[in-house]
Design a protein around this ligand. Sequence first.
Ligand code: T5A
Length: 210
Amino acid sequence: MATKGKFITLEGSEGAGKSTNLDTLCELLRAHDIDFYRTREPGGTPMAEALRTVMLDAWDEQVDGMTELLLVFAARNQHLNNEIKPRLARGQWVVCDRFTDATYAYQGVARGIPTDYVEQLERWVQGDLRPDLTLYLDLDPAIGKQRIADRSQDRLEQEQLAFFQAVRDGYLQRAQREPRICTIDAAQPLADVQAALSAEVYKFLAAQTA
Ligand code: T5A
């Protein structure tokens, strides 16, 4: 699909500061008079949000990694067709809190689903649509866990440290392979993280007008 708007995603494991830094990103785009739409995954449409609830709720039964993978891509298909693709096609930019890099990290590496399965679903659901820019907030999961210790935790947030270490490994592997992914050290003080993120966004904006 030929897209006119730009597609920016923000990634990071629990406590890396995604919500906080998404606000910074949105302020920057607003300051540049860019018409954008902020959304999130899993979610972004009423049905996809319902699938998010199913995915993140605690269940009194074992939840298989493949079930998570299928739920996430079902939600993504709804989100892409009803919101993301139409908006990009009419020139609006889309800023998304997590996207398929999260699936590679959480379901692929941390849950141990073969990468090939994720790749097949990615091709099937997205075709050739990929983010134009991805900002990945990298943080030692032990620090991330401390940062979110005092909030109520969903099913995934209750996983052990080893799970989040694998998530981080998954993201770092993706970042090595995909030049669109900018890795930002999220252990720095917030002002420094925001400055690093802003620098990447300015570089991206400059490249659009060059
Ligand atoms: N998922 C998602 C999958 O398994 N597969 C998929 O394909 C997809 C798309 C979604 C869950 O779904 C999973 C992954 C997730 O488990 P979510 O809401 O996106 O959930 O994930 P959360 O990580 O819970 O998202 P948050 O938006 O709450 O992110 P953060 O990173 O916890 O962000 P934030 O900003 O709330 O920061 C946490 C705390 O740290 C502080 C903040 O003030 C806040 O108190 N903080 C800092 N403190 C010190 N220094 C800094 N630099 C700081 N930055 C932030």
